[in-house]
Design a protein around this ligand. Structure first.
Ligand SMILES: Nc1ncnc2c1ncn2[C@@H]1O[C@H](COP(=O)(O)OP(=O)(O)O)[C@@H](O)[C@H]1O
Ligand SMILES: [Mg+2]
Length: 252
């Protein structure tokens, strides 16, 4: 099979033009892509590996349009990037199983794709910014800027007090979904001109196992409830402790 790259260009959001009209054709065989640091080698590899979108140009592997038929490319292509962390004390087969499970999860629960940031935000609310920063600083001094993922979770667990430990499992290890909704809200004007808002909510916490089966689990969580004014302006928010599944909770 032949790899045909034509007119490929990529400019990153910060304005760096990493690829400028790259064209080349590669036949079967073993090739090395050489160039100084910053030449754009990794950018080109990431585009071919379907991890990054090009701005312009085309890449065909035989008759497969690599920039469009991403799933087809992923079925054929193996890619081991320069920066790749493996867990210690795990067999190669175990590691592959683990990655396979993660990628299946990613496909099933897109929701999970952005979860890293949300999970870190949520944990920071509970353990505080200092503990969060200590965990991250320790990682950076140990591993530089490419900490293996297990190390991040471990460092965060060390900084998390006992009463919040179950959050680590919920946020980083299991697939946890909350099904929370408001049932009714009432506002009452107080003597001082402020308003008291009473919100009735229903909370449900679900975990999903590796086979995609969902089951309800008991609640012992903190949930943020907020009151919004015109044009979505946040008027007030409050974290409430929710301790029983499917219960009604009043927030004032
Ligand atoms: N995610 C990114 N955001 C912004 N600029 C980037 C990003 N990745 C790489 N670059 C920049 O794009 C250029 C090409 O980088 P890269 O493809 O990593 O080159 P190489 O792998 O050949 O060293 C460099 O100037 C680099 O700083
Ligand atoms: Mg590189």
């Amino acid at each position: 099979m032949e790899l045909r790259i034509a007119g490929l260009s990529k400019t990153y959001e910060n304005g760096v033009k990493a690829l400028d009209d790259v064209s080349l054709t590669i036949g079967p065989g073993l090739y090395g892509l050489l160039g100084p640091n910053g030449a754009g080698k990794s950018t080109l590899m990431r585009i071919l590996a379907t991890l990054l979108d090009a701005d312009e140009g085309s890449a065909f592997l035989g008759d497969i349009d690599m920039l469009r038929s991403k799933l087809e490319v992923r079925r054929l292509l193996g890619y081991l990037p320069q920066e790749f962390g493996v867990y210690p004390r795990i067999s190669a087969a175990g590691m592959l199983d683990h990655i396979a499970i993660l990628s299946v999860r990613n496909e099933q629960f897109h929701i999970r794709y952005n979860k890293g940031g949300m999970a870190l935000y949520e944990l920071r609310q509970m353990i505080g910014e200092d503990a969060m920063n200590r965990a991250l600083r320790r990682l950076l001094s140990q591993y530089g800027y490419a900490p293996p993922p297990y190390a991040l979770v471990g460092a965060l667990r060390d900084e998390t007090p006992e009463q919040y430990r179950c959050l680590i499992g919920d946020l980083f290890e299991d697939i946890t979904l909350f099904n929370n909704h408001m049932q009714s809200a009432q506002a009452r004007r107080l003597a001082d001109g402020k308003y008291e808002v009473t919100v009735k909510c229903q909370f449900q916490k679900l975990k999903t196992d590796n086979d995609g089966r969902q089951s309800e689990v008991p609640l012992d969580d903190w949930v943020e409830v907020g009151a919004f004014g015109k044009a979505g302006k946040l008027l007030h928010r409050k974290r409430v402790h929710v301790a029983s599944p499917g219960n009604e909770t009043k927030v004032s």
